[in-house]
Structures are given as C-alpha cells and as structure tokens.
Design a protein around this ligand. Structure first.
Ligand code: GAR
Length: 215
C-alpha cells in the first residue's frame, strides 16, 4: 500500500482511472490529497465526488516557482504522501519538490519519450509522420520529460488520424499503464539504476510490431 498525492491541472481522466482502480481493489494505493494549480480544474470535482481532500495552490499567490512548490510540498507532507503522481499537471517541478521526493515523483506523458517532450505532442507526432506513438510513465528529474522510464505503451498512428483520434487512443493506454506503474511501485518492484528502471518479476514482451502491417 502506498499513500499518494495526485497533482492536476485539467480534466483529470488519469486521476479518475486511479480512483476507479483503487475502488475496484486492483490498485493498492490510497489518494491522500489532490492538489491543483487551477481552481476550476474538473479533476477537483472528480476528487470531491469520491470524498478525497483537495487543495488549490494558485501560481499568482506565490513570488516564484520555488515558493509555489514549497506550498505544494507543505500540503503533501501534511497529508502523509509517500509518492507524488503528476496527472496532467502542467507545471515544471523544481528541486524543492524533487529533493524532498527523490525518485518518488511520477509523470505520465503522451508520447514515446524521448521523442516529443513538451506540449502538443500528439500534433507533433502526426506532423512528423511517425508510424507509432504512445505514452510513457517516468520518474521525474530536473529536466523536462527526461527522467528514468518506468513503463511505455505503443499505439499505431493511422492514416486517417486527427490530433483528437490519436490523443484518444493514447489516453486509453495512459489510463492502463499509469495505474500499473503505481501498482508496481506499491509492490516495491521498481528498482532505479542510473537511467534504467528494472521491474522485478516482469515478463518481457516478445516479437516486434510494424506499421503498416505486412501484406
Ligand atoms: C494527459 O494526456 C497527460 O499525458 C498529459 O495531459 C493529459 C492530461 O489528461 N500530460 C502532459 O502532457 C504532461 N506533459 P487528464 O487531465 O485527463 O488526465
């Protein structure tokens, strides 16, 4: 069992999948608090519906990034958080949080890192013309989307894809692999060695996929 704090900025579908998996008894975690930098984030409604404590920390109330993060850290400590889960949290985390939670901050990103870090990455993947995209769960370090990779899922890019259709296909996989990564953490099965994260007793997938498929 792990006590988590989920940081959000937007609609919170990843938060919802974490809540659902916990309630279904498939994820051995407890959400102690949901923190948002946006007072109107729909993710807050989702948390309230499930009686999860929420906190809003507004960027404009603090003189800089470190002061903002210090307040987020105070809230996380107050609720006894052990693992910080970024779920659509659209801010770059500073050393204030990273030092307090070394290799204990996870993020989900809608591309196969290190391809397409940053923002609007599904659009960037389509424009580049890649045949596969996907999503990545990684530990957060002090770069942007650069930390050690925990789990990735691959989705094909289809000829008829739009940003919306590709994003939707990726999001479905995000919901699956994020809850899985948190469960692996909760079971103590993740071991970070340098840039590599080893998962104890995990099966390696076999074979390769290609897109377009062979005739
Ligand atoms: C998700 O696609 C997540 O991967 C992305 O924001 C979306 C949040 O959706 N995060 C990033 O791009 C972080 N760089 P949600 O609020 O419905 O979970």
């Amino acid at each position: 069992m792990v006590n988590i704090g989920v940081l959000v900025s937007g609609s919170g579908t990843n938060l919802q999948s974490i809540i659902d998996e916990i309630e279904a008894g498939r994820l051995d975690a407890s959400i102690k608090v949901v923190v948002s930098n946006k007072a109107d984030a729909y993710a807050l409604e989702r948390a309230r519906k499930h009686n999860i404590p929420v906190a809003v920390v507004r960027v404009k109330d603090f003189p800089g990034k470190e002061a903002f993060d210090a307040e987020v850290l105070r809230v996380l400590k107050e609720y006894g958080v052990e693992l910080v889960v970024l779920a659509g949290f659209m801010r770059i985390i500073t050393r204030v949080l990273l030092d307090a939670f070394h290799m204990k901050v996870m993020n989900i990103h809608p591309s196969l890192l290190p391809s397409f870090p940053g923002l609007e990455v599904q659009k960037a993947a389509l424009e580049y013309g890649v045949k596969f995209s996907g999503c990545t769960v990684h530990f957060v370090d002090d770069g942007v989307d650069t930390g050690p990779v925990i789990v990735q899922a691959v989705v094909p890019v289809k000829d008829e894809d739009t940003v919306e259709s590709l994003s939707k296909r990726i999001l479905a996989e995000e919901h699956r692999i994020y809850t899985r990564a948190i469960q692996l953490y909760s079971e103590g099965r993740l071991e970070v060695r340098g840039r590599r994260v080893f998962v104890r007793d995990a099966k390696a997938p076999s074979g390769a996929v290609e897109n377009p498929g062979a005739d």
